[in-house]
Each structure stands twice: as structure tokens, then as C-alpha cells.
Design a protein around this ligand. Structure first.
Ligand SMILES: C[S@@+](CC[C@H](N)C(=O)[O-])C[C@H]1O[C@@H](n2cnc3c(N)ncnc32)[C@H](O)[C@@H]1O
Length: 263
């Protein structure tokens, strides 16, 4: 099934200001997948290109798939200088890409946006035999003093606030698909010193919060700005952990030969 659970259009303009993934995790992803310069990657839910750019920097050939036109436009602009990227309209559940082509299929902060079982089936379909599925997110360190205050503010304004699958270990869903070997997890903490006002602006791209806060979103954003201004000068140090899960397509499945000619 194809889905666009949430429309990213209202969140797209500030999305490019969100923090990069920890370089050690992106390096680990490429290394574990054994991806070399002529290998193809399909980066799904590629959005404004946060993961697409480091994958291209690693020398890979990237097909970037993104359902939302506003996000796609930002991503295309950001990767315009790279000759080895092509952008496509598509979904995690139905990418429109050919079967059996990719060494690696990635979901940068987008696997939680999909019907995950269907997205895993589609990833398996487009992967080469022995190819890898990977998903990753940047998790803000909620124990940091400023971040803890921000969390408390959010929960006061939106009492049932829930991060949902974006902060959950996806291993059970990957295992349940029966399509992949046991997932490996990799993480790296990074502290991003960021311009305080830009960081506050970037909160307006937080779809999980924006959707649940509804008409209280403006108040939440104002509250965050007040806290940040009281706590920090012009620069705020924001700790994140990039968390990656990566799993190899199983080679022992008997039906491979029937799935898009990969057998
Ligand atoms: C949080 S953004 C992540 C963008 C980028 N990959 C990154 O690493 O920052 C999530 C993206 O998933 C896209 N998306 C939403 N539903 C999707 C689906 N069913 N399949 C693929 N992508 C989807 C959104 O349009 C958005 O661009």
C-alpha cells in the first residue's frame, strides 16, 4: 500500500536547517553494506537530501525517492552539483524502481513515515541479492538540561505527546518481515553547535510535534524560543545521537528467483 501519512509541505522550508547525521554512522553504513563507487543506492523519503548528500559524498550512485514535491525540490536543489544522483517521485511502499538493482536501500528519518512491513517488502524487491536495508534517525539527547526543559514544556502543552516509531527500535519489525538477517545497530553521539535563532526556526519543521500539537504548535514554538534565548547566547550546543539499524537481505529464501529476476 502506498501512503503519505503526513504532508511535509508546511514543514519543508526549514527542514534543510536540521542537523546532519553523525559522519561515523554514515561511514559505518557504507562500510557494512560493502558499497563501492559503482554501487547504486536507493535513498527513500530522501526529502531535503540530508542523507542523500553524504551518500553522494561517499562516491555512490544514488536514486533519491521522495513523494512530496516541496521536499523533492529542496533536495534536488541541494544535490544539483552532483552528477550521480537522480530524483524520483515515489513512496517507500511503491518506489517505482526496478527490481534487483541496489546494493543498499536507505531510509533517513523516513522509515517511520511508511507502512513499514510494505516498505520492507519493497526494499527487498529492489535490492540485489545480499544487499542491505538501512534506517536511521537523529535523536536529540533528552537528558541534556536545556533539552529536558524543552521536553517538559512540550509535555505541558501537548500532554499525550508521543514520538511514535521514530524513537523505537525497528528490529522487531525487520525480524517479523522474515526478509532480512538479524539487524546490526550502530550509533554515534554528536554535539552540534548551532545558531540559536536558526535552531528555533528549525523546530517549525518538526512534523511529529506539529501534527500532534495542532493549533498549539505556535505556542510551543514560542515557548521553545523563550527557553533557548534564556539559556543560550547566540549559539546553542545541541547533543544528538545518530542511531542506525542495518540488515542484509536473506540469501536463504527459496522464492528469490520469483522476485524480479534476482535469483
Ligand atoms: C523527516 S523527513 C526525512 C528527510 C531526509 N531523508 C532526511 O534524512 O532528513 C521524512 C521524509 O519522508 C517522506 N515521506 C512521507 N511519507 C513517505 C512514504 N510513504 N514513503 C517515503 N517517504 C515518505 C516525507 O515527505 C519526508 O520528506
Amino acid at each position: 500500500m502506498t501512503s503519505l501519512k503526513h504532508d511535509y509541505t508546511p514543514f519543508s522550508s526549514t527542514y534543510a536547517q536540521r542537523p546532519d547525521y553523525a559522519p561515523g554512522v554514515v561511514d559505518g553504513l557504507v562500510r557494512i553494506a560493502g558499497a563501492g563507487p559503482d554501487d547504486r543506492v536507493c535513498d527513500i523519503g530522501a526529502g531535503s537530501g540530508h542523507l542523500t548528500v553524504p551518500l553522494l559524498d561517499s562516491g555512490l550512485i544514488v536514486d533519491a525517492v521522495e513523494p512530496n514535491a516541496a521536499m523533492r525540490e529542496i533536495g534536488m536543489g541541494r544535490t544539483a552539483g552532483f552528477p550521480r544522483v537522480a530524483w524520483h517521485e515515489g513512496f517507500g511502499e511503491s518506489t517505482g524502481r526496478a527490481a534487483g538493482v541496489y546494493r543498499l536501500v536507505t531510509f533517513g528519518s523516513s522509515f517511520d513515515r511508511t507502512e513499514r512491513a510494505a516498505a520492507l517488502q519493497e526494499a527487498d524487491r529492489i535490492l540485489r541479492p545480499g544487499g542491505y536495508f538501512a534506517c536511521l534517525w537523529n535523536h536529540r539527547d533528552l537528558n541534556d538540561p536545556l533539552q529536558a526543559q524543552i521536553e517538559a514544556l512540550i509535555h505541558r502543552q501537548v500532554p499525550d505527546y508521543d514520538y511514535g516509531p521514530r524513537r523505537q527500535d525497528p528490529s522487531p519489525v525487520i525480524r517479523a518481515s522474515g526478509l532480512f538477517e538479524e539487524p546490526l545497530a550502530l550509533q554515534q553521539r554528536v554535539v552540534h553547535p548551532v545558531d540559536a535563532e536558526s535552531w528555533c526556526d528549525a523546530w517549525s519543521s518538526h512534523m511529529t510535534l506539529g501534527t500532534q500539537a495542532g493549533d498549539r504548535f505556535g505556542d510551543v514554538l514560542d515557548g521553545i524560543r523563550t527557553l533557548v534565548r534564556a539559556h543560550a547566547g547566540g549559539v546553542v550546543e545541541v547533543p544528538y545521537t545518530t542511531r542506525l539499524w542495518i540488515a542484509r537481505a536473506r540469501s536463504d529464501r527459496g522464492d528469490r528467483g520469483d522476485r524480479g529476476g534476482r535469483g
